[in-house]
Structure formats: C-alpha cells, structure tokens
Write a protein that binds this ligand. Structure first.
Ligand SMILES: C[S@@+](CC[C@H](N)C(=O)[O-])C[C@H]1O[C@@H](n2cnc3c(N)ncnc32)[C@H](O)[C@@H]1O
Length: 392
C-alpha cells in the first residue's frame, strides 16, 4: 500500500503542540491512506453510504483495529455509534456489536444498516410504496405540515414527501418501514430549497435562481422530491443486497440512549469509537428534516459537546466531565485490560485528563493523516487514535 505524499504532510505545521517533524515521525502509515490507495467508492461501500452523515470515520480504520485487538466471537462496543460504522464493520469481521447513540435518527440509520431482511419482500414493498406515492401526491395537502417544512420545501416537493410517508407508514411493517424512513429522509435532504454547494450547512431556504459554485453556472433550487425517492430506493435496495451477501450472523444491538448511563445488553470485550468534540457539530440539527418528517424522539439536550454550546471554557469543561461519565460507565461493563480505541482530533489536548479520570491507560497515541477531498470541508489534516487499556 502506498503511503501519503510527504509534500502534503510537510505543509502542516503543528498539531496539539507537536512540531511538524515530531508529528511526521509519528504518522502510522497503516492508518493513513492516499486517495489512490483508498478511493471514495471504497470508503462509501455498501450500506456505509445509505445516508449522508457528517462526522463519520472511515470503515477501513475500524477494520484495522478490529484485526489488531479483536477475535471472531468477541463483542465490540461503540458508545457513540453515529451512523453505525463500527457496527457494520464488526458484523462483517465476525464479532458481535453493541452501539449507543443519543440521536434517534442515527440509531434508525445504524439499525437499518445492520438489520437482516427478507430481500425480495423488502424490494417489492418499497417499489409498491413508490408507485402509490407517485399516484397520490397530487391530492396530498400540506397545510398541516410544520412551518419549517413549508418554508424549506416547494409545495410539490412537500406533497411528494408527505404522500410517500403516508403510503409507507400504512403499508409497510417493520423493518421495511424503517428502511423507507431512511429513504424518505435522504430524499428530504436532497429536496430542500438550498444551493447545490451547501447541503451540509444551509442557513436559509433559497427560493430564487443563484450562481452555483459547484456547477459554475446559474442553478435553481430543487422543486420536487419524487426523483430522489426513486433514485434512493434503487440505491438503498442495491446497497442492502451487497451487504447481505457479506454479513455474518453475529448479533448487533443498537440502543437509543445516553452513553453516560446506558446498561449494555451484551458483554463487550472492548471499544472502538469516535466521540463528538466540543463545539463542532450539532448531531440532531444536521438531520433536522428527519426530525420534522418522521416520528423521532428529540434528545438534543443530552448531546455531548454540541456546536450550539460553543467552545468556551464552561462548554469545554462540561465536555470533559461528560466524557469521563461515558468512559467511566463503559469501564464498569468491560473486563480488565480491555482495549479502548478512541479516534479523535484532540486539538485542545483534553484527553490526557479524560483518560486518567476514566481509569484508562494510554498505551499508544497514533497519528493518522486524513484526506478530505470533497465538499467545503476539503483539506488535509491529522487525527489521533488513542489506544488505551481499561485499568483493573
Ligand atoms: C463523531 S460522531 C460518531 C460517528 C461514528 N463513528 C460514525 O462513523 O458514524 C459522535 C456521535 O456521538 C453522539 N452523541 C453525542 N452525545 C451523546 C450521548 N450523550 N450519548 C450517546 N451518544 C451521543 C452523536 O449523536 C454522534 O452521533
């Protein structure tokens, strides 16, 4: 496997107080892939990209740590399961997995990715819903939808989304209804009245034509949803089939809960996780459309380190205490010496205190080079992987 280009690395000056030279010598090349080594299609393989999600880690990273620290038949825990990357990789590797997340949408997504389906019935049901929604959307009214929905969607797009919701909720049983909710959410994300270049952080609905930085021409905001529902139905069925061909029978449990006090239904042998970091992302808000459209419980007040609370002293101190609560709660449910792998860009150097007070011994701090070539967050940067062991 090719290493990252040294010229790219040398453009960076300092991370978390370390000099460029020190950092460069610490890079773990097995964890640092160039675009050629690991193209996007591999990073987004099968169910990993059933729905966009900001703040995901790449599946290949999880795979490396499963191979290094877990044996088939073990169980891995991710207290911040997010879109379910650890759980999906654990299943194909052949270990049981338990994931917890405070965001109901993230739990829905993780569980849709890891559920085993009767594939023929699933596909038939989803295609039937699409057909019926298409033929009923013209008679669906939007007056009773929330103000947020009415401002972010054209009348036509909203009718189509509501028609799909109505037909799917009435005709599908779990787990097909859950899959339909993910398709609906993904279509709702694409059908918002926003610019093509600002799907991650749109602020205001855009109702007029605009100059598009992505396509270098004048574009119009989207005014329909059906084409997305159709496209994402095909893509979802295809991705679920791909995963079904390689999945194992190991159990996967997804818990909608607070990692500070959750009781685990399986006994984990260790942890692989990427925690939130203070003041960077609002995990509920990034999928606002899903909370508006689907019947999901909103627990944003229990999110750790949300962007909305900023990066002031108080917010950072609260984050440290919350992380200690999470790892302390996990610790009591882990065997002594269990591996705890934490992927985090600890720019504020908060983890020495968090680890010490959670009774986790740092065995290795690996630095990985991250390629980010898409979207507005493009650029090169580094990330740490803290390899710890639970004290006895
Ligand atoms: C960096 S993301 C994890 C991403 C994940 N590794 C993936 O690949 O999709 C952090 C996650 O922590 C979750 N989170 C924040 N506060 C939490 C809490 N109190 N309990 C459990 N999860 C929480 C967020 O909802 C978010 O999904």
């Amino acid at each position: 496997m090719q290493s990252v280009r040294s010229a790219e690395l040398h453009t960076l000056i300092c991370v978390a107080g370390r000099t460029q030279e020190a950092l460069y010598s610490e890079i773990d090349l097995e964890l640092s892939w160039s675009e050629e080594d690991l193209p996007q299609v591999e990073r987004t393989k099968h169910v990993h990209s059933l729905h966009p999600y900001l703040g995901k880690f790449i599946p290949q990273l999880v795979e490396v740590f499963l191979k290094r620290y877990f044996r088939p038949g073990n169980c891995v825990y991710d207290p911040f399961a997010g879109s379910g990357t650890t759980l999906v990789e654990a299943n194909t590797f052949g270990v049981a997995a338990v994931g917890c997340d405070i965001s109901a949408f993230n739990c829905l997504l993780a569980s849709v990715k890891t559920t085993e389906y009767s594939l023929g019935g699933l596909e038939l049901g989803l295609r039937g819903v699409l057909e019926q929604a298409r033929s009923t959307s013209e008679v669906v009214t939007t007056e009773s939808a929330s103000e947020w929905l009415r401002s972010w969607y054209s009348g036509r797009a909203l009718s189509e989304l509501l028609a799909y919701h109505c037909v799917a909720s009435q005709s599908l049983n779990d787990p097909s209804w859950d899959v339909a909710r993910v398709i609906l959410s993904r279509a709702a994300r694409s059908a918002r009245r926003t610019t093509h270049f600002d799907l991650d952080f749109p602020r205001e609905p855009v109702t007029e034509s605009y100059w598009c930085h992505k396509h270098k021409r004048t574009c119009k905001p989207v005014d329909e949803a059906m084409k997305f529902l159709r496209r994402y139905t095909d893509d979802t069925v295809h991705r679920i089939r791909e995963f079904a061909a390689i999945r194992s029978d190991e159990p996967v449990e997804v818990i909608h809960g607070d990692a500070r006090d959750v009781d685990l239904p399986l006994e984990p042998n260790g942890i692989i996780t990427s925690p939130p970091y203070p003041g960077l992302i609002d995990y509920h808000e990034q999928h606002r459309y899903s909370y508006e459209l689907l019947e999901l419980e909103d627990r944003r007040d229990e999110e750790i380190g949300p962007a909305i609370r900023g990066q002031g002293r108080e917010a950072v101190q609260a984050y440290v205490e919350d992380m200690i609560a999470v790892f302390g709660n996990a610790h009591r449910q882990l065997p002594a010496g269990a591996p705890v792998i934490i992927v985090v860009n600890d720019a504020k150097d908060l983890y020495p205190e968090i680890l010490e007070r959670s009774r986790l011994s740092l065995e290795e701090r690996l630095t990985r080079h991250v390629n980010r070539r898409t979207g507005r967050r493009a650029g090169e940067f580094f990330e740490d992987v803290l390899v710890c062991a639970a004290d006895g």
